[in-house]
Design a protein around this ligand. Sequence first.
Ligand code: MG
Length: 386
Amino acid sequence: MRCWAILVAAGRGERANLPINKVFYPINGRSALERSVQRLWQSGCFEGITLVISREDEAEYARLIRRTGPLPLVAKLAFGGETRQQSVLNGLLALPEGIDLVAIHDAARAFVPLEVIQKAVADAERFGSGVASTWLVDTVKFVDEENRALSTPRRAQMRAVQTPQVFRFSSILNAHRQAVLDGFSATDDAALLEHYGEPVHLSVTREGMANKKLTTLEDFQAMEKQLAGSLRIGHGFDAHRLVPERGLYLGGILIPHNKGLLGHSDGDVALHALMDALLGAAGLGDIGRIFPDDDPDTLGIRSTLLLEQVRERLYEAGMHTVNVDLTLVAQAPKLSPHMDGMRDAIAGLLHLDTSRVNIKATTTEHMGYVGRGEGISAYAVAMIGG
Ligand code: MG
């Protein structure tokens, strides 16, 4: 079955009381929007994503993808309406032809476990719908306006309903269209089908307990604290020999000099140290193991391409770079005029804001191999997180 996702990010998120739309707000360096896209991509369930954003957020979205490049799977963009329901309908109307199942997901549920997505899709394939949900922890009561308890429904018969909600495309589109004609509105998509008497299957998972919706400022603060526990650090070191008649590639850029760094690749020690720091933090070994220096395919390769592959490996593992710090050790050339260029290059390659990339340079005051101009070395520290 062809399965597509609609990611709804068009809300104003006023309850979060943040300076920008909450889905663009960085949590540990990465926004809820990026995280949601990553989870949908990692689930392996979807052919593509239609992202629904508010027109007011067009500039913010443009800023985001200038940093990250196109987000994986995001094939279409739709604009939000006055209500969430209208936004979803705009997303449904922007779907490509021939889609069987559509998963509607709120970008504020940025930490949706992969099992929740996969179960909802599998259930929709089997039952026609799969609505992510979990058990209630709290007892729920009906109350009057003065908060006097009226009755207590049995908790065992209740479910907390979340997203993604997966439906047959034709069913959910018809329900949305009919709701427009009838002026009927509901807080979730499943309720539209229920209203028109269509069966809705709830996809109940234990993992759903972790499928939190980021709503208030406190939710963001708590998530940031929780994520602090997933931070990991790595260190890298590399040194290469300087030889004549080679371009000097350092920190991802070409630097004018009468010598260049010898190596199987372009010899960019800064990026090599950085890759080792990232792989070290991720527990993924080192560049020698991933890109062996007797591989003819990587002979003379730009290290920028290798770093992009390392970034992808982290992404696949559900991790991302939080910040990096490099120290370059060279007697010559003078590196200060090139620091900004290197910083921009590395930030671009890692999809990071430049404020999260730091580069320092030092000489060794003419001591040792670096001091004699025989080579350049580099140290890197990288922090990564979930
Ligand atoms: Mg090296």
